[in-house]
Design a protein around this ligand. Structure first.
Ligand SMILES: Nc1nc2c(ncn2[C@@H]2O[C@H](COP(=O)(O)OP(=O)(O)OP(=O)(O)O)[C@@H](O)[C@H]2O)c(=O)[nH]1
Length: 435
């Protein structure tokens, strides 16, 4: 079905077709009635004409048919408008029909009169038949005038229907569709429709139905919106609680990571973390061929501190020393508690000389400090070693440790640079045990 068809013009065509069919039926019936009427009139005329001829001929005294014919001729054109038969009964009672209704066998009156000239006339009978041709002509002209009337009516109806009904319908539909177009479901107002058409019950009913649908749409929309809001609220709550949990988890993770990597007493990196950083830095230094130095630091005569002030004070001194070393070192290197009263410092991009300088600064910073209410003074011994070409991390550690040992041996509170070659190679595991 063509969806672009206009409802109004569809109805117009239907209405015109209905009118055409009914008009054809009515006009047909009128034509039949007219035809019958005309036939009756013609028959009556013929009958009257027949009796007129018969009356005239009764008064004529004719001795032969030719004589009769001459009388008929004298009657003039009256005989021309109707077909008529004249029956003449002779004295022998035989009836001769001068003009028969059957066209195939009828003979003109004159020819008969020539042939039967000696016939004695008796009773004369006249029958006149009405020809249908004029009736047909009348009916045809009537039909033509009906057709003209019908055509004119159709055009008139078409114009009127278009002007009144089609315009009306279009207006009804356009008003509705315009109202629906601007309809805002967030803030709906009932459709008012066309003010004139609203007076009709069908139109009002459609409006009521549409408004009912709109109301239920708005209700559903509000419900969906409410559900959406509730859902969003729940999602927000869940997200918040997840974010809180996530934050707690992150903090816990950070705490765990700090615990795993930090020495609990001094809050500097522990041995585990240092081992990892040490291996990474050695690998980077070897790959990029950059300098890397290591300091091994041991507190001098720490046992005496413990013995004199107690283990707890010893702990506090260890904390202060670690804090002081961290501040002095800044971002130049990585400080870790190596174990017991020993610390290690990793110095990326530091060559031997710079490492020695840093070791000296660290040593002096402790040497010039006094801890625990200025009562405790402590010193450091430092072994310095720089990573050599083709040297492993373990070999670097060995050399630094030997240098530290030498610093101790040579009187403590000093910095000793490691020799570049060692006679005895210690393993990494040897150095792992706290001394
Ligand atoms: N308070 C405290 N003392 C510790 C800790 N770890 C190791 N020590 C002590 O550090 C001391 C180390 O003693 P030693 O190995 O003899 O070394 P030292 O006394 O420092 O002598 P040198 O290293 O030769 O100068 C021991 O008394 C250990 O108990 C600790 O965490 N806290």
């Amino acid at each position: 079905m063509n969806t672009n068809r206009s409802l109004a013009s569809f109805m117009l065509h239907k209405a015109l077709a209905c009118y055409f069919l009914s008009a054809v039926f009515v006009f047909g019936a009128m034509l039949v009635f007219f035809f019958e009427n005309q036939k009756d009139i013609q028959s009556e005329e013929a009958r009257m004409y027949g009796s007129f001829i018969a009356r005239k001929l009764q008064n004529v005294s004719a001795t032969s048919l030719s004589d009769l014919v001459s009388h008929i001729d004298k009657m003039g054109g009256a005989a021309q408008s109707h077909e008529f038969n004249i029956g003449v009964a002779t004295k022998s009672t035989e009836t001769l029909w001068l003009n028969k209704p059957d066209a195939a066998t009828s003979q003109p009156l004159r020819e008969w009169s020539e042939n039967i000239s000696n016939v004695q006339l008796g009773i004369i009978t006249v029958t006149v038949s009405a020809p249908l041709t004029p009736v047909y002509d009348a009916v045809f002209s009537k039909a033509l005038s009906y057709l003209a009337i019908l055509t004119a009516q159709l055009f008139l109806l078409w114009g009127l229907f278009k002007f009144l009904v089609v315009r009306f319908l279009r207006r009804a539909i356009q008003t509705l569709s315009r109202d629906l177009e601007v309809l805002n479901l967030k803030n709906p107002t009932p459709l008012a429709g066309d003010p004139i058409l609203s007076g009709f019950s069908e139109y009002r009913r459609i409006l009521v139905d549409i408004n009912r649908v709109i109301t239920s749409l708005v209700l559903s929309r509000n419900q969906v919106e409410k559900m959406n809001e509730q859902l969003e609220e729940k999602v927000r709550e869940k997200t918040l609680s997840l974010e809180e949990k996530n934050e707690t988890l992150v903090k816990l993770n950070q705490h765990l990571s700090t615990l795993a990597n930090t020495d609990s007493l001094t809050q500097v990196y522990n041995r585990t973390r240092f081992d990892l950083l040490f291996r990474e830095n050695v690998a980077v230094s070897q790959r990029r061929q950059t300098t890397l130095s290591l300091l091994l630091i041991d507190l001098d005569d720490f046992k005496k501190v413990n013995d004199r002030y107690g283990h707890q004070i010893g702990d506090q001194v260890l904390k202060h020393v670690a804090q002081s070393l961290t501040e002095t070192l800044g971002k130049n290197g990585i400080l870790a508690r190596w174990g017991g009263e020993e610390f290690a410092v990793l110095l990326p991009y530091f060559d031997e000389q710079r490492a020695r300088g840093m070791a000296e600064i660290l040593r002096q910073s402790i040497d010039t400090a006094y801890f625990e209410d200025q009562k405790i003074h402590i010193t450091l011994s430092v072994g310095v070693a720089m990573l050599l070409a083709d040297e492993t991390g373990n070999q670097l550690l060995n050399r630094a440790d030997v240098a530290l040992y030498e610093a101790k041996e040579s009187g403590r509170n000093r910095v000793v640079i490691a020799k570049h070659a060692l006679q005895k190679q210690l393993t990494f595991e040897d150095l792992s045990d706290p001394r």
